[in-house]
Each structure stands twice: as C-alpha cells, then as structure tokens.
Design a protein around this ligand. Sequence first.
Ligand code: ADP
Ligand code: ASP
Ligand code: MG
Length: 400
Amino acid sequence: MSLIVQKFGGSSVANVEKLKNVAKIITNAKKEGNDVVVVVSAQGDTTDELIEKAKQINENPSKREMDVLLSVGEQITISLLSMLIEKMGFLVVSLTGWQAGFKTNSEHTNAKIIKIDTTRLKSELEMNKIVIVAGFQGVDRQLNITTLGRGGSDTSAVALAASLHADLCKIYTDVDGVYTADPNLVKNAVKLKEISYDEMLELATLGAQVLHNRSVEMAKRYNVNLEVLSSFKNEKGTIVREDVKMEKLLIRGVTKDDYTARISLINVPNETSYVYHVFSLLGKYGINVDLIVQSYENQNKKDISFTVPLNNMELAVKIINENKERLKIQDLEVSSEVSKVSIVGAGMQVNPGVAAKFFEALYNANIKIHMISTSEIKISVIIDKKDSTLAINSIHDAFF
Ligand code: ADP
Ligand code: ASP
Ligand code: MG
C-alpha cells in the first residue's frame, strides 16, 4: 500500500463535471488500496474574481484581509469535492489549511510554510478516510489566515508529501506534462518524459507557471517523487527528479515572463556606494531586483537599469521618487511593456554555441534586446512585451 498526494489545479475542478472527473481519479487510487491525500485549488478563475471583488471595495486593501478573502476559494472546492466523494460511498473528510496543520510565517499573500503538524491528518488516514485539503493557505502564529502566493497550491501539495513521507506526489493539471515551452503558446512544444529539479526550478522561476517555483525547491530539498500530468487524459506525465540525462538536447526549455517591469535611473553618480544605497533601499521594502545593467560612465555619471516583478513596480517607483533628491536621480524611466524570455538547460554548460544560437534566433526574428543575463544553466533577455510570443516560438524552432 502506498501513500499518494494528488493535487488538482483550478481548471481541473472548475465545474461539476470536472469535479466528478477528479472524484473518479481520487476514488480509483483509493480502490487500488492506496492512502490518498488530495490538495485542491479554487475553482476556475475564482481567485482572480475574488481579487476583483476586493478592488471594487478598496483599491489598496490590507494583505491580511486579502488572505481572509482569498482562502475562501479553496474552501469551496474542498467541501464540494468531499460531498461528491461521500455520495460515491467513500469515507472522506475535508480540511482547511489550518485544520491540516499548515503553520506559516506572517508574510500575508506570500507566506512561507514553517511546519506542518500532520497529527490530525494522520488520524483521519488511520480511519481509512480520503483527506481533501485546501491548498494555498495556512495560519500564522496568531492564527491569522495566510496564503502562499499565486499558484501556491502546488507548494501545499509538495510540502504535505514531504511531511507525510508520501511515496508519490502527483500534480494533475490542464496539460499532460512539462513541455519544452508553454504548449498553449508554442505549437511545436515537446513533452518531456523527465526533468531535473534544478532545471524545473529555473523554468518555474522564469515563468513556466505549470509548477509553483517554491514547490520545486521543496521537492528538491526533501527528494519528493513528483509527477506532472493531465487530469483529463489517462497518460503518463513528466517526472521531476534529481538527476536526468540530457540525451542530445542542448536546452530543456524556453520560457517567458510577462510579469516584469524595467526601471532606469538616468544620470546618477558613478560611485561604488551608489548601487549599494539604491538596492539596499529597495531590499528594505522587500522588493526583489532581478536583472541589473549599468551603462558606461560619462562625465562621472552613468545610467542603471534593473527589473522588478510587475506587482512591485508601483511601490519601487514610489520609494525611488521619495528618495530622488537624496539619491541624486535626474530622471527615471519606467516600463511595464517588457518581458523576460529565457532558455534553460544543464546542457549549455558543456555545449558551446548555445548562446550564439539563442541570439541568432532573436536576430532572425528582428527582436530588439534591452538587457541580458546568464547563469550556468540559463540565458535571459529583456525584450518588448509585444514580441514575447514571437520570441519564444523563434527560439524554440531554433533549438528543437
Ligand atoms: P493549475 O490550475 O492546474 O495549477 P496552471 O495554469 O497554474 O494550472 O499551470 C498550467 C499551465 O502552465 C498550462 O496550461 C500552460 O499554459 C502553462 N505552462 C507554461 N509553461 C509550460 C511548460 N513549459 N509546460 C507545460 N505547461 C506550461
Ligand atoms: N487559487 C490560487 C491561485 O489562483 C492558488 C493556486 O491555484 O495554486 O493562485
Ligand atoms: Mg498552478
């Protein structure tokens, strides 16, 4: 007998028909003799709709109250799914994040899991019940409701699999695995049989939303057996694990991230301490700076450009403007019309020419590059957002 954690995303539980389909997958696993723990997301676009509702009432609501609201979506799914499974004659119980023992820090709307107290959950399993857990949520030390960040149900599932020492964590979604690029944007994308934790982590961090990046980090840390597969097709998906042979592939995948913004500080002093002052100020407000480019100095002045997540753009600009005089900034340029396009693959460490092929593809598609950044297993560029879908298709064609 195995212990399996199954996770179903929003599109897999969007309506009654889809809930019935999911209930069948769950009860089949139970009938095969497994212990089954299920993590679910909010139905369809529920989370987006809740955010929209909040905006109509208050443009800038406190993050604590947002979490109270957003956690509702997942609670609707656990109750409906449990009622359905109950009707099919199985023992089942739904648990909210806090009932399932998820303890987080107090970083509302982006909380980190500190630990999971699985006592209650284990006792439900001992009573032979299927356990349906609300993903994406937990409570902090004061029992305030918290959420884990958009897409966070994947992380709930992997964290539970790690805590329970589950034999397998299956992430069911609306595509049948991890592809070389988003199959909804790149027609020729190819499904991967397997991918390493490190490569998957880069892909997820660089915009492949098929897995929440923190779920991959957690899977790597606790060596969780992870599979990404379709809830609509009965087929093998993609296995994510430690070591994966590269075969003849130069790269593993292409991604784009449209949720990025570029900020340029124009004509600022060319002093080493300067970059430290700017980035420590942004860091103090919890703003993650990503790519950074400095121009050549000109009469002891230079320009500094960097990117931040799109949802941090307004805050970053506000902080910079408030400190404009102290930081001696003559001018500020901001653009939300940019995207980050990247290639990922451990193969680029040993295969020269990967960068050349990547830039050739962008050149052939006549795409202007604003910024470049590289690591051992990725190359990223910042380009105009209007070009991002063309870019990933051109790059994908060049490599696959
Ligand atoms: P869920 O609601 O199940 O959590 P998501 O919408 O978060 O599903 O993630 C699945 C989506 O991820 C797919 O529909 C696909 O458009 C997108 N995606 C982006 N990059 C990739 C990739 N490399 N492979 C597979 N899917 C990808
Ligand atoms: N419902 C949440 C979201 O839409 C969490 C998730 O789907 O993983 O972001
Ligand atoms: Mg998701």
